[in-house]
Ligand binder design. Structure first.
Ligand code: BES
Ligand code: ZN
Ligand code: ZN
Length: 525
């Protein structure tokens, strides 16, 4: 259910909000900082809004980020119910987003909420305040999300409208936040859909519909087209399946792409059984989310279509499930990838890298300035970094740094892991050009070293292993998080090819012999 999100214009300073405009709301949302409550730096504003701080304190509420308490207002201002949202010690963009998500999640039984939460961040300078307004709008849309496709009971959420009281000069930031939130939810819907229902054909169809509605160009390759293009990695993984594979290419092409060309690649395994190297039952339970990389890229393209950055963005989404059919790829089989490199498949459960190999070499052909791929690639990354943080590995420091900056701004956490060439020899195969698994340890690094082999010469490339943060199994709300949509949208919005590191000059000693100048004979003296 899409909710409406009008911006109610208010003065840029203070809480002089147009009371009449929001008195129709069923509850109003106010942000309360830890300091205000615990150190007595309380402003008159709260009283103006009918909040009895003593009463609020008595509930045990401290104002920590994400804390929510619903209480009756103590005067006749507007609606009688207050949703108090804790925004922590140092109210900033991230706290505002988190606080909003939690407050809206707690407030879905109200039809119409009027939000003053953004004023809790009024001390921020204009740029940060603008980002906070965007984060607030994102938070509203994200907090209202529920996946109820397969529930037969009536929808529990009543929420239809959130009126945000904010200075009208920030209307664009507010609208961008709303669009980004909707793009994240688009990705979550795709990821939450069961593997047996979201076949590659349907996945591609839904992405194509989104592209058409948003003015993106979209090309869907069916199985004969994939065969013609000799995508041996994608076909090899698809071999055990009853469902045809798909390869989707999206493009956002602005009139002026002055800041360069960015390529996004996403792993689209609609279900990962492991193939013949089959997973144990417990490891298979959530494997519908093995297409979260492709869903995040599709969601980011949705957001980019409305943010309209002056950078060309191309997206490549290989899609198949990984099944155990009678003609499935056997361990020991050799696949010839699109790049012509041959791969010995020693473990059919290391399938993501096989489909990404084809996608990365096709993406490289267009010679983009930079590529980033998103993939639920290794369990090892979850062991290393846990549920909340993606692993970041890449071949260009400047590009890695740009990604780290976007991760900070969007609160989608990344941590860099070393792409050490010393481990590359673990992938040496005795029968093919390369094999698809390394030794037992450092699996996230060897997976990335495998991918690197398929990235074109001189292209800045980074890989995000999102196996941890793409899906929540334990914490609420359970299911798809849409991780990566915000980060990629921010990355495109701020992309500058000048921020990429220049590839190091190749020292003469490591140039191929043919490139060296002929050795001059030393004269005997
Ligand atoms: N899709 C899995 C990775 C995964 C594991 C994602 C857990 C999310 C949660 C991937 O295809 C896989 O099975 N990787 C193997 C690689 C191994 C065989 C080298 C893994 O991580 O065990
Ligand atoms: Zn697998
Ligand atoms: Zn997988």
């Amino acid at each position: 259910m899409k909710i409406s999100l009008p911006l109610i214009s208010a003065s840029a300073t203070g809480l002089s909000a147009p009371v009449d405009a929001i008195s129709a709301a069923d509850a109003y949302l106010v942000g309360i900082a830890y300091e205000d409550l615990c150190q007595g730096t309380v402003s008159d504003d709260f009283e103006h809004y009918g909040i009895d701080l003593q009463k609020l304190k008595a509930t045990g509420f401290e104002g920590k980020t994400g804390e929510v308490q619903i209480l009756t207002g103590s005067n006749n201002f507007g609606p009688g119910l207050v949703i108090a949202a804790g925004i922590g010690r140092f109210p900033g963009v991230t706290n505002i987003r988190t606080a909003t998500i939690e407050a809206i999640r707690a407030g879905t039984s109200f039809k119409h909420i009027a939000s003053y939460l953004i004023y809790a961040a009024a001390d921020l300078d204009d740029d940060d305040f603008e980002m906070a307004i965007q984060a607030h709008a994102e938070g509203i849309v994200l907090g209202a999300y529920a996946f109820r496709e397969y529930k037969s009971s009536q929808q529990k959420t009543e929420l239809r409208k959130v009126s945000v009281v904010a200075p009208s000069k920030f209307a664009a930031a507010h609208r961008n936040g709303q669009r980004i939130g909707e793009a994240v939810n688009f990705a979550r819907d795709l990821v939450n859909e069961p593997g047996g229902s979201l076949t590659p054909r349907k996945f591609a169809g839904r992405v194509q519909t989104m592209a058409r509605q948003n003015g993106l160009s979209c090309k869907v390759w069916n199985k004969p087209a994939i065969e013609k293009a000799q995508m041996g990695g994608l076909l090899g993984v698809n071999r055990g399946s009853e469902q045809e594979p798909r390869f989707v290419q999206l493009a956002y092409t602005p009139k002026k792409a002055s800041r360069g060309h960015l390529a996004l690649v996403g792993k689209g395994i609609t279900f990962d059984s492991g193939g013949l190297s089959i997973k144990p039952a417990s490891g298979m339970m959530t494997m519908k989310y093995d297409m979260a990389g492709a869903a995040a890229v599709a969601g980011a393209m949705f957001a980019i279509a409305s943010l309209k950055p002056s950078v060309k963005v191309s997206a490549y989404l290989p899609m198949t499930d990984n099944m155990t059919g009678g003609d499935a790829t056997r361990p020991g089989d050799v696949l010839k990838t699109h790049s012509k490199k041959t791969v010995e498949v020693l473990n059919t459960d290391a399938e993501g890298r096989l489909i990404l190999a084809d996608a990365l070499s096709i993406a490289s052909k267009a010679k983009p300035d930079a590529v980033v791929d998103l993939a639920t690639l290794t369990g090892a990354c979850v062991v290393a970094l846990g549920d909340d943080i993606a692993g970041l590995l890449g071949n260009n420091n400047g590009w890695n740094e740009s990604i780290e900056k976007s991760a900070k701004r969007t609160d989608e956490k990344v941590w860099e892991l070393p792409l050490v060439s010393e481990y590359r020899s673990q992938l040496d195969s005795s029968v093919a050009d390369i094999q698809n698994i390394g030794s037992n340890y450092g699996g996230t690094i060897t997976a990335a070293l495998f991918l690197q082999e398929f990235v074109g010469e001189g292209i800045a490339w980074a890989h995000l292993d999102i196996a941890g943060p793409a899906f929540r199994e334990k914490a609420e709300p359970k299911g798809a998080t849409g991780y990566g949509v915000r980060l990629l949208a921010d990355l495109a919005a701020n992309f500058k090819k000048s921020e990429l590191s220049k590839p190091p000059a190749i020292p003469a000693s490591s140039k191929p012999a043919s490139a060296k100048s002929a050795p001059t004979k030393k004269k005997k003296s």
